[in-house]
Design a protein around this ligand. Structure first.
Ligand SMILES: Cc1cc2nc3c(=O)[nH]c(=O)nc-3n(C[C@H](O)[C@H](O)[C@H](O)COP(=O)(O)OP(=O)(O)OC[C@H]3O[C@@H](n4cnc5c(N)ncnc54)[C@H](O)[C@@H]3O)c2cc1C
Length: 293
């Protein structure tokens, strides 16, 4: 492999991306790389630039739909061992690596008697993806506790962005650098039992309302201002609608769930159908929350 000569230990060709996503759908990456250190990542990015390769960044794969034909260029996922650490920096300040899974972040914080990340219960992504798109929900979001974020730009330069310079909104942030490497979160000391109780409350509320055990990428659309995307889809009578192997969940209309036979194309067609029906009935254009590669 001449393109990534010298990186043989961390690159593989034609890696199926489906298993790396929560939808479990999608074709291969031309090149799949898992850098273990900042230096390796920087060198990989420089090489991608020299070779003029498209770069896709993959975290936990819980908010992306990979096309059936796969993606050309490089898909880069920060290796979990190298970038998945959790540490209490001092007192109530913790540092979480970009590849730390949110369930582990929530558990580790609770074990340290620190409260603030419970709203992330039930969200299967990783810290990097969560910061990039300000993951959260009715109980709060990660942006509320972010103190600073360590990022790397497309040329491999690493820097920190502080709270004053960060903006988090509904499922979006102004963290535009190529990679989030880590985030420091300002939590609050609390009683472990109280934290556990809150976590349980959120978990049960989500389990009742959302198809948590099905293959999906979470909510497909953002809620339009003052409205619920799920309610609009439901009022179009679309719950249970199926195209190929993709189904609009009967439990929560803003979820498309997949079976072993589902193709990305089925999901895309179902998305088109929802967009058309909601626009026709409510003159509202829904905006995608999940990302189609
Ligand atoms: C069952 C289920 C429930 C969910 N519930 C919620 C919920 O309640 N609230 C919510 O907000 N989301 C929810 N989601 C969606 C998803 O878990 C979140 O959006 C999560 O933050 C995505 O993180 P990820 O690591 O999986 O990102 P990915 O899906 O891998 O990537 C998402 C985006 O972030 C970018 N990205 C990933 N890692 C990095 C990085 N290190 N640096 C820079 N960019 C990066 C990717 O390029 C892509 O643009 C749910 C998903 C599922 C499957």
């Amino acid at each position: 492999m001449t393109v990534f000569k010298g990186f043989e230990e961390i690159v593989r060709e034609k890696v199926s991306l489906g298993p790396l996503t929560t939808f479990k759908i999608g074709g291969p990456a031309e090149y799949f790389l898992q850098p273990r250190t900042e230096e390796e990542l920087a060198a990989v990015l420089v090489r991608c630039g020299e070779e003029k390769l498209d770069v896709h960044v993959l975290g936990g794969g819980s908010n992306v739909l990979v096309p059936d034909e796969g993606v050309t260029g490089a898909v880069i996922q920060l290796e979990p061992k190298g970038f998945g650490g959790f540490a209490v920096v001092e007192g109530e300040l913790v540092r979480a690596g970009a590849s730390l899974g949110l369930p582990k972040l929530v558990r580790s914080a609770a074990e340290a008697h620190l409260s603030g990340v419970e709203p992330l219960v039930g969200i299967p992504g990783w810290v990097g993806g969560a910061v990039r798109m300000n993951a959260g929900g009715a109980w709060g979001d990660i942006g509320q506790v972010v103190e600073r974020v360590q990022v790397m730009d497309a040329r491999g330069q690493v820097f920190w962005r502080d709270r004053d310079d960060l903006a988090f909104g509904y499922r979006r942030s102004n963290v535009a650098a190529r990679f989030v490497l880590a985030a420091e979160l300002r939590l609050a000391e609390d009683d472990e039992t109280r934290i556990a109780k809150f976590m349980k409350e959120i978990w049960f509320a989500k389990k009742n309302a959302q198809p948590m055990s099905n293959r999906s990428a979470g909510c497909v659309f953002k809620n339009p201002r003052g409205m619920s995307a799920g309610a609009l889809i439901d009022q179009c009578g679309l719950k249970g609608t199926k195209i190929g192997g993709a189904i609009i969940s009967r439990k929560h209309a803003n979820y498309i769930v997949a079976t072993a036979e589902t193709k990305a194309e089925d999901v895309k067609k179902l998305i088109e159908l929802i967009l058309d029906k909601v626009n026709e009935k409510f003159e509202t254009v829904l905006e995608l929350e999940l990302e189609i590669w």
